[in-house]
Ligand binder design. Structure first.
Ligand SMILES: CC(C)(COP(=O)(O)OP(=O)(O)OC[C@H]1O[C@@H](n2cnc3c(N)ncnc32)[C@H](O)[C@@H]1OP(=O)(O)O)[C@@H](O)C(=O)NCCC(=O)NCCS
Length: 225
């Protein structure tokens, strides 16, 4: 897409949302709910798309021509999200990743939130939790005191972590799964929907059930959504 100089100067103070899937729609809604006044531009790999949700859509590979250096990667799959973050960082090292925090989430003042984090409506994050970069804390999920969510991990809607739980990088805790206090989930692991985790779960596995057990090995980046 070609932009005139006038359009370019109007776009300067915009925010880019990378992604046009369901997760991107929710992130857009969160930004609207926070009263975001900036123009939103969507970027994705879809070359044919001209607009999305009434906003301009730009082919992802052309995003540097926009001269916009603020935004968020709104892609639900943890591995794909990290690939797009790396692409953005490499293309524009000055790019600033914003957080999307729903005003009706409940986050203790002592929580540390990394760049690019998304916290959805109804989520609760209790004291002294550390949330790494580009983590998703989904609708009505609950993270109790002193948990650590490493970079690019995610909690699906209704997932619950007891206190002092550690979730490794890129790991996903699926819909309604529960992890009791003090347990550690490794890296690149997927905990299946509805699981009850009573013991530590190693890296690079798919695990589910109540009690939750490792069912199979998982190659990092393997599709799970
Ligand atoms: C864990 C998961 C990734 C496994 O997917 P999969 O490897 O494709 O597994 P399949 O669907 O092939 O199922 C294989 C078997 O495991 C069982 N199974 C799969 N997930 C299960 C779960 N969470 N709990 C109990 N059993 C499960 C299936 O019933 C099936 O059993 P069967 O062979 O007797 O019929 C998937 O079930 C899951 O939970 N996905 C996350 C969904 C989610 O939270 N999305 C979030 C959207 S925001």
């Amino acid at each position: 897409m070609y932009f005139t100089e006038k359009v370019m100067s109007n776009l300067k103070d915009s925010i880019i949302i990378f992604g046009t899937g369901g997760h991107a729609k929710v992130v857009f809604d969160i930004l609207m709910a926070t009263g975001c006044k900036e123009r939103i531009i969507f970027c994705s790999k879809d070359e044919s798309k001209q607009e999305f949700l009434g906003c301009i859509h730009v082919f992802q590979d052309n995003f540097s021509s926009l001269n916009v250096d603020t935004g968020i990667v709104a892609i639900g799959d943890n591995w794909i999200r990290s690939q797009v973050v790396n692409f953005v960082r490499t293309t524009n090292p000055k790019f600033k990743f914003i957080k999307a925090i729903h005003p009706r989430s409940c986050i203790s003042n002592s929580v540390a939130l990394g760049d690019g984090v998304v916290v959805m409506a109804g989520a609760v994050i209790n004291p002294d939790v550390r949330v790494g970069m580009h983590v998703i804390v989904n609708t009505a999920s609950s993270v109790d005191h002193d948990c650590i969510l490493e970079d690019f991990s995610s909690l699906a809607p209704g997932a619950t972590l007891g206190g002092n739980v550690a979730i490794g990088e890129y790991s996903a805790i699926s819909l309604g799964a529960k992890v009791i206090h003090g347990r550690t989930i490794g890296r690149h692991t997927v905990i299946g929907a509805g699981a009850t985790v009573l013991h530590d779960i190693e890296s690079e596995v798919v695990a589910y059930g109540s009690p939750c057990r490792s069912v199979k090995r998982r190659i990092k980046g393997e599709k799970y959504l």
